[in-house]
Write a protein of this length. Structure first.
Lengths: 661, 307
């Protein structure tokens, strides 16, 4: 029954774009049918998950042979799957509804149908990734996910920015698939079958185990965006339609995390260095990417880098859990993995919220440049309020949901400092200040994003003439914002699910029942957050009762200067200038300026760009150099027949020489 | 039971009423050292009362954020004040992991203060906000490393236990070197987070000041009262936090303990006044160096305890 519902949901989602494709480009019936099918699919999947959690004692499963030479059609659902499935179906539905307003068929005749077809395929593929219990099936749907994502990123295939980012993504996706093929082949060597997710014998220090782990981290890390494997991510999320960015960022990245979680669960006693490695990568990812996020002048790129940062935070939690498993500290597992899973859920709420808000901004102003916006809060009050809430949530501010998951990870890291003598891992607690620094920089980045776009005066006519988005675009954002508030005030709602998921990951995590010890402060935290919310509401009531003096509202005081203009405001680039200067060795900014000379200077200009250091300073020049070197070799190939005969002769002589030796 | 109730009432009364007095004492100290008589000790209270009765002027650029800023900041620092134990008595709110909540309510305050500054569209206030969020990146690292010292020492993740741990142990048991390093670092954090000299000069609204007073330039009337009161509460909470790194020997009498706490708090105010009188404000570009030094001091303090 459970698996039947899941299969039904998958089929409905996968086929949701098909009716639209069969219809005329002018008809907008297809988009409504697609949304109806996606929402039905989501409800079916939610029903299946509810049934599984409420009534089933054992994980549900289904395994049928198929005509392929390898593997089976094997799927299954357990609590860990549920944690990842919920965001998939919820964000897919909300994003599809948002798409009705953001990408209507009437305005996007060329590519609207393609977008919805791939949206449905991507939803179905991600659902199958989570439930797949066979490596061949997994790789097939992983590839479908990669291709559907590619076509979604390149929805506007006449736009060079979108296609370039799409190609980079496609290369990354296939490198990821390649690594995963290697990993599954090694798993087959280790276990003798393609069944997922196998529990491997404890001889985990062997080279084989390390190979499986490393290939898994690389393959899934390319999808999740671990630094320095994040190179495809900023461009892809910036250039895709905004609801696609919301889906890819809020849920798509979580598929990579899902893989890392499952791979690291396969050994009862992993070596400590695996966990330390994940923790170090996670710390480097969150610190490194938030520096890039700060510097961006494109608000969608900023959000994309912030996604990388959040994935880094999640990875810190997972790394802590793996260390905890290696040294037998159940509390670390509970706090690390619990925080990581909760952060995945949280990130799937606030990041789509922010990307949808960014979509509203882009729709209203037609630009992704932060520097030319400003004052949007007057023209788009609802988007502004929702974006403010999303920004506060992603910065982990109380009383919203982002705080709870980061709090759990912090607690886990602090617990490292309290280890009993014998485990010399107290230095791992130093990851906590690093996380705090990443958190403050995220706060700086989001103050910059919100302050420079929504507050102050408009810096251009586009910003001055912006308009609020329609109700279909605002309603999904309300749902997400509501989720942020509810999970902040009552995290206990999902704790039961998380505990069951953690028990799936490592049943030993609950032997001394650390869960209760950690949940007790959670209840206190909920009470305090309730009080804080009440105090804020009361304060708001008091503050907004104060009326300003009647008469015309004055302009902001310009320190005695009578005619300030909007261009004199403090710009977004200046806002983070001290930080971007401090990290210029990592950012490697590209500055161009025309020097001002003489008493009556000509028009001068200055600009600064922050390209991705790994991609634009490392990989792309490297690839170009390889292409140039390859070009040097090319004349060897375009020889007349005599030249080729010479090659044959030389080859023969070399072979003879080798044979003679 | 009755004793803890009295302690809690004392905590709430002190948190609500005492903070402006510290500002008054700082001003008086500075005035005396400069050879002036200075304003009365209670002047900050008079100012608050005056501001509360005035009307507000709102720029036409401002949105709802502008009014939310002072209010959210005040609520956040008051919540922080409920988490930090004053002297030897317990904090009203405490649970395992409240140390993170303290750091994040300060972040909540910072988020809304700097957004309210940007809300006016003034370039001067924008600069202040930029400095606020930039320096916070450094001072928060120092704060967390400093707290790690006490976490490691006390084995607890609750401010209530970890902060009071040094006072509860005999002197011979204390990690004196770590505590001293962390105490210096925390004093720098105290000065930086509260925009005092040598990081910022709170004496004027314009020429000398760079961070906090800049951000609140457009607030007026009751909103400015909230800002000033919130700033005083924040200073009070940080001073109470700092005092736990240089603990006195607790006595059996609660009344004596409260008296010692009050004296220590006034001592911190005098110390801040002394620093402000004897030092010049640092150049803006040198502030990060000072804050990095604070982080390093606290970090060394933690590393010394690892062994």
């Amino acid at each position: 029954m459970v698996m039947d519902l899941i299969i039904l949901a998958t089929l409905l989602a996968a086929g949701s774009g098909v009716p639209g494709v069969l219809m005329s480009r002018r008809s907008s019936a297809g988009e409504w049918i697609a949304v109806a099918m996606i929402v039905t699919a989501s409800l079916a999947a939610l029903a299946a998950m509810g049934r599984q959690l409420a009534f089933a004692a054992a994980p549900a499963g289904l395994s049928e042979p198929w005509a392929l030479p390898w593997g089976r059609f094997a799927i299954g659902l357990n609590a860990m799957g549920v944690v990842f499935l919920i965001p998939i179906v919820c964000i897919s539905s909300l994003g599809a509804i948002y798409g009705l307003a953001y990408w209507p068929q009437a305005h996007h005749r060329r590519n609207g149908r393609k977008l919805r077809l791939c949206w449905g395929l991507l939803t179905a593929a991600m659902m199958l990734i989570v439930v797949a219990r066979d490596a061949v099936l997994f790789l097939m749907v992983w590839e479908v996910m990669g291709l559907a994502t590619f076509f979604l990123i390149t929805t506007k295939d006449e736009d060079a920015g979108a296609t370039d980012s799409g190609w980079i993504y496609l290369v990354a996706a296939h490198l990821s698939a390649l690594a995963l093929m290697g990993m599954f082949a090694l798993l087959r060597v280790a276990t003798g079958s393609f069944a997922l997710w196998p529990v491997l014998p404890t001889s985990s220090s062997s080279v084989l185990a390390a190979g499986i782990f490393i290939l898994g981290v690389v393959g899934f890390g390319l999808k999740a965006g671990f630094m320095p494997l994040h190179v495809w991510l900023p461009g892809a999320h910036a250039n895709a339609p905004s609801h696609v960015s919301a889906f890819l960022s809020g849920v798509g990245l979580a598929m990579g995390v899902f893989g890392v979680v499952m791979v690291s669960a396969q050994w009862a006693m992993p070596p400590i260095w695996w966990g330390v490695l994940l923790l170090v990568i996670g710390t480097a990812t969150s610190l490194g990417s938030i520096i890039f996020a700060l510097a961006q002048s494109d608000y969608k790129r900023l959000l994309a880098y912030s996604s990388v940062e959040n994935i880094g935070i999640v990875l810190m939690g997972i790394g802590l859990a793996v260390v905890g498993r290696a040294v037998g500290q159940p509390l670390w597992i509970f706090l690390g993995l619990g925080g990581a899973l909760l952060h995945i859920l949280n990130h799937s709420l606030f990041k789509p919220l922010l990307f949808m808000g960014a979509g509203n901004m882009l729709h209203a102003t037609g630009t992704r440049e932060i520097e030319v916006l400003g004052g949007l809060a007057h023209r788009m009050p609802r988007t502004a309020g929702l974006m403010a809430l999303g920004s506060a949530a992603i910065c982990g501010l109380p009383p919203l949901n982002g705080f709870i998951s980061e709090w759990m990870i912090y607690l886990g890291l602090f617990n490292c400092a309290l280890v009993p003598a014998g485990i010399r891992l107290a230095w791992l607690a130093l990851a906590a200040p690093a996380l705090a620094v990443a958190g403050t920089m995220a706060l700086a980045g989001f103050v910059k994003l919100f302050g420079a776009t929504f507050l102050g005066l408009p810096r251009s006519s586009q910003a001055a003439e912006a308009h609020e988005a329609g109700v279909l675009a605002i309603a999904p954002m309300w749902v997400l914002a509501f989720g942020c508030v509810v999970l902040g005030l009552a995290p206990a709602l999902v704790m039961g699910l998380l505990e069951r998921a953690i028990a799936r990951w490592d049943a030993a995590a609950f032997v001394p029942q650390p869960a209760l010890a950690a949940v007790e402060p959670l209840q206190k935290l909920s009470l305090i957050f309730g009080g804080l919310t009440a105090a804020l509401l009361l304060g708001a009531w008091l503050v907004y009762r104060v009326r300003p003096r009647p008469g015309a509202a004055p302009a902001t005081w310009g320190c005695g200067y009578g005619a300030p203009t909007s261009r004199m405001q403090f710009g977004a680039g200046s806002f983070v200038r001290m930080l971007t200067d401090a990290y210029r060795a990592i950012l490697l900014p590209h500055r161009r300026s025309v020097k001002v000379q003489g008493f009556a200077p000509e028009t001068a200009s200055a600009s600064v760009e922050f390209p991705d250091t790994v991609l634009d300073r490392g990989l792309l020049p490297g690839f170009r150099m390889v292409a140039r070197l390859a070009g040097r070799v090319r004349p060897l190939q375009s020889q007349p027949v005599g030249g080729y005969l010479l090659y044959v002769l030389v080859a023969l002589l070399v072979l003879l020489a080798i044979a003679a030796c | 039971m009755a004793l803890s109730l009295i302690n809690m009432v004392m905590h709430l009364v002190l948190l609500a009423a005492a903070p402006p007095l510290m500002l008054g004492l700082i001003q008086r100290t500075k005035a005396l050292l400069a050879g002036r008589k200075g304003p009365p000790l209670l002047q900050p209270y008079y100012d608050l009362y005056k501001l509360l009765r005035k009307g507000i002027v709102l720029s036409k650029t401002a949105t709802w954020i502008f009014r939310a800023g002072p209010m959210v900041t005040l609520v956040a620092v008051l919540l922080g004040g409920l988490l930090v134990p004053f002297g030897t008595s317990a904090a009203p709110l405490h649970f395992q992991g409240d140390v993170i909540l303290l750091i994040y309510v300060l972040a909540l305050a910072r988020f809304f203060t700097s957004l309210a500054a940007l809300d006016t569209g003034s370039s001067f206030e924008g600069m202040g906000a930029a400095r606020e969020v930039t320096f916070a990146c450094l001072s928060e690292a120092a704060l967390m490393l400093g707290l790690l010292v006490l976490i490691k020492f006390s084995g607890s993740l609750s401010l209530n236990t970890m902060l009071r741990a040094p006072a509860m142990h005999a002197f011979a048991m204390l990690p004196v070197a770590s505590l001293m390093l962390a105490a210096v670092g925390m004093f720098i954090v105290l000065l930086a987070e509260n925009a005092r000299i040598p990081v910022d000069d709170p004496a004027t609204h314009l020429e000398l000041t760079m961070i906090h007073e800049v951000m609140v330039l457009d607030h007026s009337g009751p909103l400015l009262a909230l800002v000033n009161y919130g700033a005083a509460v924040k200073l009070f909470v940080f001073a109470a936090l700092f005092l736990h790194f240089v603990p006195p020997v607790p006595s059996a009498s609660p009344a004596l303990n409260w008296a010692v706490f009050a004296a220590e708090m006034l001592g911190v105010a005098v110390a801040i006044g002394l620093v402000e009188s004897l030092m010049a404000r640092l150049r803006l570009t040198h502030v990060p160096t000072l804050l990095v030094a604070a982080s390093l001091l606290c970090g060394f303090g933690f590393i010394l305890m690892l062994r």
